[in-house]
Design a protein around this ligand. Structure first.
Ligand SMILES: Cc1cc2nc3c(=O)[nH]c(=O)nc-3n(C[C@H](O)[C@H](O)[C@H](O)COP(=O)(O)OP(=O)(O)OC[C@H]3O[C@@H](n4cnc5c(N)ncnc54)[C@H](O)[C@@H]3O)c2cc1C
Length: 410
């Protein structure tokens, strides 16, 4: 998008590469506003599809926007034969665009590569907010440069994209913090050597409505507690109205300290989210497959089936490392007889009477094979286990529509 008087403007025709530049820029900007507007945490958007699906779409929008916006100056540079993309330009309008692009690339780069460079997740998570700065800069750049947005109808469209994106950003950062549900930590219980159950009671009134298997975003507030928000599944049954529980495995900087949280700590919740729940699907019977702390949504569903005296049969195949890693072992053993519980251990020790080894197609066939013809499958565990189990289940003839899964990664 070059304008008379700007450094990128030339008075001769540069050819098709140069001509593609404005299109890439305009489409890229439209995608970046779509990315910002489709915030996965806006419940009307995430409820019909599930937050993980909207999150995936949100990430893909960011990649498409970043690719098109990078192509924008590259096409100009290649088309005009002046390959200077970064560095200051003589036009402030062009510099606004460069600053917008650099800001966006920083955010996308950190989101993509933080794990590889061992950067704490919280840094890209917080920096994500500066996408709003990139959108403001990009809007100023695109509106002030070039002839493409001269038509009033296009200008109105451009303003609408900008206002929706910035409006949603302001709503999320200025309004949502005040809408979080106010809870307090009323009990903390150690389940295994590295897993803890937090009981959270509402500061007033009963617990909000949720479906078994759904999750929330938890922020604990107190001295020495990192001011972070993390997703955890509600492990209690919705039938319980005095409190909810979340069961958390120590896995990183935040969760490693969870067992030292003092009772009485204030908690702020954004909830509920997700569609990994038996409440959403008709099922004659259930096959639950869980690995490690992936038992949490399954436990919520099993507790709910128990509390509602649901007559449907269910089987749980629960994979852990060693006997002492089995979470909720006693409660699982005390479930009604219509729920069969099978434990699978990868490091069972000499006296283990049950299944041993890693979850595989043959273990699935041996353990729950007879239930796979009719049962609706709920699968949750570490991402590699979920990936492989989905393939194995498909190989055993279970149609995709009967396999529901939750990944503990957004
Ligand atoms: C839908 C969902 C439900 C979950 N339910 C449970 C549960 O019931 N019990 C449990 O123990 N764990 C659960 N998790 C995983 C839990 O959120 C992470 O283990 C925790 O956030 C790790 O934080 P950390 O700082 O201790 O570890 P880190 O080592 O810093 O993070 C490990 C990885 O966890 C993810 N992560 C970290 N922080 C966040 C965040 N704020 N938002 C999103 N992802 C993040 C990132 O992929 C990161 O790379 C769930 C995750 C999701 C997405």
């Amino acid at each position: 998008m070059a304008a008379a008087g700007d450094a990128l403007v030339v008075d001769r025709h540069h050819g098709s590469l140069y001509d593609l530049g404005p299109g890439a820029g305009l489409t890229g900007f439209a995608f970046s506003t779509l990315h910002a507007s489709l915030s996965p945490r806006i419940r009307v958007l995430s409820d019909p599809f599930g937050l993980d699906v909207v999150m995936q779409f949100h990430k893909e929008m960011a990649l498409v926007a970043a690719s098109l916006l990078t192509a924008h100056p590259v096409l100009f540079a290649l088309g005009s034969g002046t390959p200077r993309i970064f560095g200051l330009d003589t036009s402030w309008r062009v510099n606004l665009g460069k600053a917008a692009l650099l800001t966006l690339l920083l955010v996308v780069g950190l989101a993509l590569f933080h794990k590889r460079f061992r950067i704490d997740y919280w840094i890209p998570r917080n920096l994500h907010k500066i996408v709003a700065v990139a959108i403001v800069l990009g809007f100023l750049h695109s509106s002030s440069i070039g002839p493409d947005l001269r038509l009033p109808v296009l200008r109105a469209y451009w303003w609408a994209l900008f206002c929706v994106a910035i409006g949603i950003f302001l709503y999320r950062s200025a309004v949502v913090p005040f809408l979080r549900r106010r809870f307090v930590l009323s009990d903390l219980r150690q389940e295994t050597r590295d897993t803890w159950t937090l009981t959270l009671a509402p500061e007033s009134g009963p617990v909000f409505e949720y479906r078994p298997g759904q999750f929330l975003f938890l922020r604990l507030i107190g001295p020495g507690i990192r001011a972070e928000e993390h997703p955890f599944t509600i492990s209690s049954s919705p039938r319980r109205t005095d409190a909810i529980t979340v069961t958390i495995k120590e896995s990183g900087n935040y969760t490693r300290a969870i067992g030292r949280t003092p009772v009485g700590t204030r908690a702020r919740l954004e909830a509920p989210f997700g569609r990994f729940s038996l409440a959403y699907y008709a099922a004659p019977e259930f096959v639950f497959i869980a690995g490690g702390v992936g038992i949490t949504p399954v436990m919520s569903m099993l507790r709910y089936l128990r509390d509602t005296d649901d007559p449907r049969r269910a089987v749980l195949l629960y994979a852990c490392r060693a006997p002492e890693d089995i979470i909720f072992r006693e409660e699982l053993a005390a479930l009604p007889r219509r729920v069969d519980v099978l434990h699978l251990l990868s490091q069972p020790g000499p006296d283990w009477p049950g299944l041993s080894g890693r979850l595989s197609a043959s273990i699935l066939r041996e353990g729950v094979g007879d239930r796979l013809a009719r049962g609706v499958v709920f699968l949750c565990g570490p991402p590699p286990m979920v990936r492989q189990a989905r393939l194995d289940l498909r190989g055993l003839g279970v149609p995709a529509r009967r396999i529901h899964f939750e990944r503990f990664a957004l």
